[in-house]
Write a protein that binds this ligand. Sequence first.
Ligand SMILES: NC(=O)c1ccc[n+]([C@@H]2O[C@H](COP(=O)([O-])OP(=O)(O)OC[C@H]3O[C@@H](n4cnc5c(N)ncnc54)[C@H](O)[C@@H]3O)[C@@H](O)[C@H]2O)c1
Length: 491
Amino acid sequence: MNLTVSGHTCNVPSELLSWTIIVAELLPRHERRVLCHLEPCGALDVDQAMKAAKSAFGHWSKMSGMERARIMIEAAHIIESRREEIAEMEVVNNGKSITEARLDVDSGRLCIEYYAGLASTLAGQHVQLPGGSFAYTRREPLGVCVGIGAWNYPFQIAAWKSAPALACGNSMVFKPSPVTPVTAVMLAEIYAKAGAPEGLFNVVQGSQDTGSLLCHHPDVAKVSFTGSVPTGKKIMEMASRGVKPVTLELGGKSPLLIFQDSDLENAVRGALMANFLSQGQVCSNGTRVFVQKDILPEFVEEVVKRTQAIEIGDPLLESTRMGALVSKPHLEKVLSFVDQAKKEGATVLCGGELFTPSDPKLKGGYYMTPCVLGDCTDDMTCVKEEIFGPVMSVLSFETEEEVLYRANNTTMGLAAGVFTRDVRRAHRVVENLKAGSCFINNYNITPVEVPFGGFKMSGTVLHVDREPSVAGRSLFLLTSFQSCLQHYRVI
Ligand SMILES: NC(=O)c1ccc[n+]([C@@H]2O[C@H](COP(=O)([O-])OP(=O)(O)OC[C@H]3O[C@@H](n4cnc5c(N)ncnc54)[C@H](O)[C@@H]3O)[C@@H](O)[C@H]2O)c1
């Protein structure tokens, strides 16, 4: 296994670490305790990782799907046995609560299991031609695929990107976000331990310079990217120079539609799920909450009450529902969105302020109180732009036609939700919502068996797939899905 990480020290006991930040030499502006020192990888490191991945590809791509599946299943077993250790490291890595981190580890494991199951089913076609002739098609892996990840689901993204790529016979060089560099390295260790050939899944560390070296490398067959829309555009441009395919899983500004006939208790819980999971740092969050006029006062009262009751603090405690934001600059950015919303006429119904936990070891952490904004209008910055923090914007609407137009009036299209007891309306509405994942009477449920990806500027994954390549985790995806699950994690 070729881990091009210099001097990483992942085994520091977690109680010695700050929950709120991971400090690498890449981020000298941070002043908190140091988890590990990582050197950004330059051209030589990237080249070395590519060579190792290329060599592994030669071997891995010749193995049968069953043989690849066996190694992936073993990796899944190791993840299961190290669940708590990985989850705790993810908490330190990112700041999210331990209960959520465990679910992220589970999701990564399930994804690897799911694609291990698909590995042996990939097959070509036999085509009969005139005169007894025939042709056949073969499913070919692409080669060395690059994965570039965001910081909000570090372990899960590394697993979601690598699982389909490896199942189909590709190898991967993965670059995590420099803000959360640690748990992708753990995944690399796990694949190696499971029996993957040396160099099959490599981790390179660094920020945009390293990412750019990867995208321009002549040996790269495909780039799979998760991150913001502006970076996604750059990735697409860089990959286009080498005529490389890309998968883009980008940002969102998703609408949540709450009709007056909905089960209010369920709708309130759904709105919390759609806004405050992972400190609001979730791409699919439904941050534009449209509530039908007649139930607006009742909804707002209940949502504010529940938001104020969310337990903020040490993310390693079982009782904590909201940990720290990922970094100081990000916290400042989120708070500045709240300030801007006030200036533009929104009312802060609760939260939106710095929070200092009572535990002295958490002082100086990047905590804020979850915020609900009222009196919002469609033209406000908080309603138009992705904040990527715990800030819910509440808007009122009168008719279905009106709310559909307003919900779709955005350049993004990652997810959307509808709460109603009218089953015909529910399906009519999701059919007309221009979003990749539409939830009915729930939100942010992402089982690995169903596709995940965006319309419009939220990404390309929905349009490209059916190839045995690396494509996020939506390998055979053609359409969006409508989820009717009723269970969800309680905030
Ligand atoms: N659609 C999805 O599945 C999904 C999932 C998680 C996060 N996201 C989105 O990710 C964003 C937050 O993550 P972020 O702040 O890490 O995003 P980001 O775009 O700033 O960075 C993402 C990754 O790209 C790298 N990068 C930055 N500039 C680059 C360049 N010029 N060339 C190559 N690589 C470069 C970063 O180092 C990082 O690894 C949000 O917009 C969120 O909605 C989307």
